[in-house]
Design a protein around this ligand. Structure first.
Ligand code: ADP
Ligand code: GLC
Length: 474
């Protein structure tokens, strides 16, 4: 039995802003069959505290970066949680990272340094007798953990998973004292990044093993285009860098038992689910494909490309139903488009139930991301007989087999990929989608092939187990 402490800034079903939460929430269950016992250290945001029933204080700090704090052990939704309860850091309105106005909390450096410090403390001293063999951190919020492990004299290995390299967790060098970081480690081979402290770089340089959430993104990360300034650091760690594709929770995303779409069977039941979805979005009937998109609305996700390419879809009888929230300009532009085009419907917000109904009712799921470490919605699509139309990048490259003549002839294709990632190429992909949709035999083949893809956690859980073993070997 290997004990792993997972350190995450979000974890489904307690707190979620994106796919990281899904992965952090699914890994402990997936790893059980690998004889791995995972506990998850999570900040005690109000939304988390509200879901914690009976909890036991297992660690206490008199002063953790400006106030008292405790680690509470609790079991929620089958997860063994260690919750860092620190009012001065987490008890506030807004999201995990931002204020109600959408600005980063000013003390995010200390808020997540505290999480890392608590993780290292647990690795060294244990929590009510439980001591991990490995600490596994996710993204920059967990990046300073190896620094504190080092300072506490621990040799417990740290495994670091990059879900998104775009966020570095940088802070001013003058904050080092306040964060309890050693000045002498402020160097380019440790956590110094262009004169600042980078929590992400601390994780990348301090980890025994680094992985990201698809093989292609692991390769892309070492290039200037995708590395976002960390490509050099990652090249220097090439031998310890790997890609392990995310799975999805196949119980939560099970078309046969999904409570959001009673008696749905893909692909036959799609007509009924589609009619319901059209009604829900106020879209008219049409012979063209109903494309759905569920996403954060940011530059990463290529929503501006969608706005430019959309005419290729609607001009051929296709439709768009979109659910998302994020950048105000994108929200406004999408809503504006929907008011002018009866075949475009947009809902701004976050709605888990609706996202399920969209997977069931859509003919195709669009993911035109500029970069995508893994992406989860194309995996939901595959499972629900909803054909993914995706940019050729990261996990989207690894999980979809594009309908080129060879893949069609081999009856292997599951979707449509486009490259380069431009509005023109996306428009061509949408045109092709409309053509493929007209050919019912081919379209059904795409659906059925997709539904056969293994999108669960089995293979990737085994890969994480192997990663932990290699980290323990040193
Ligand atoms: P990222 O983590 O970059 O946002 P992923 O595709 O990995 O992208 O994960 C996004 C997750 O968040 C998926 O589970 C997706 O269904 C969900 N999601 C995103 N936006 C919404 C929304 N507006 N409503 C419901 N679920 C959403
Ligand atoms: C990030 C990435 C996304 C990935 C998710 C979970 O948010 O943007 O591609 O699926 O993390 O690993």
């Amino acid at each position: 039995m290997t004990r792993v402490l997972s350190v995450a800034s979000e974890c489904a079903p307690l707190v979620k802003t994106g796919g990281l939460a899904d992965v952090a929430g699914a890994l402990p269950g997936a790893l059980k069959v690998q004889d791995i016992e995972m506990r998850t250290l999570l900040p005690g945001y109000p939304s988390v505290m509200a879901k914690v029933g009976k909890a036991k204080a297992v660690v206490s700090f008199k002063d953790l970066f400006g106030g008292p704090a405790r680690v509470l052990a609790a079991k929620v939704a089958g997860l063994d949680l260690l919750i860092l309860d620190a009012h001065h850091l987490y008890d506030r309105t807004g999201g995990p990272y931002v204020t109600e106005e959408g600005r980063d909390h000013k003390d995010n450096d200390a808020r997540f340094a505290a999480l890392c410090f608590a993780a290292a403390h647990i690795a060294v001293q244990g929590a009510a007798g439980w001591t991990p063999d490995i600490v596994h951190g996710h993204d920059w919020q967990a990046g300073l953990t190896p620094e504190y492990l080092h300072e506490m004299g621990s040799t417990v290995p740290f495994v670091f998973t990059i879900h998104n390299i775009a966020f570095h967790g940088n802070t001013d060098a003058s904050r080092m004292g306040a964060l309890g970081l050693d000045n002498w480690r402020f160097s380019s081979d440790k956590f110094e990044f262009w004169g600042q402290v980078s929590a992400l770089k601390a994780g990348l340089t301090g980890a025994a093993k680094i992985n990201t959430v698809s093989r292609t993104y692991a390769e892309e990360l070492m290039t200037p285009h995708f590395g976002m300034g960390m490509d050099g650091v990652l090249q220097s760690r090439k031998d310890d860098l790997s890609g392990i594709v995310n799975g999805i929770d196949t119980e939560v995303w099970n078309p046969a038992t999904d409570p959001e779409v009673a008696n749905y069977t893909a692909p036959k039941g799609k007509a009924k689910a589609k009619a319901a979805l059209r009604a829900e979005f106020g879209l008219p009937d049409s012979d063209g494909p109903l494309c759905v998109l569920v996403s954060r609305l940011t530059h990463q996700k290529g929503i501006d490309l969608l706005l430019q390419a959309l005419g290729a879809l609607t001009g051929r009888g296709g439709q768009l139903a979109l659910l998302g929230s994020g950048d105000t300009e994108l929200e406004v532009a999408l809503l504006e488009r929907a008011t002018h085009d009866p075949n475009v419907a947009v809902k701004i917000g976050y709605d888990e139930g609706l996202s399920h109904r969209m997977m069931a009712g859509g003919d195709a799921i669009l993911v035109p991301s500029r970069f995508e470490p893994c992406g989860l919605t194309q995996l939901y699509g595959l499972r629900y007989g909803t054909v993914p139309i995706v940019a050729l990048t990261g996990g989207l490259a690894d999980t979809v087999i594009t309908a080129n003549p060879a893949a069609l002839a081999a009856k292997a294709a599951t979707g449509v990929q486009f490259s380069p990632i431009t509005a023109d190429a996306f428009a061509n992909a949408l045109t092709r989608t409309c053509d493929l949709f007209k050919d019912k035999t081919t379209w059904t083949m795409l659906q059925r092939n997709g539904m056969k893809q293994p999108v669960g956690w089995e293979t990737s859980a085994a890969a994480y187990a192997a990663l932990y073993r290699s980290a323990l070997k040193g």
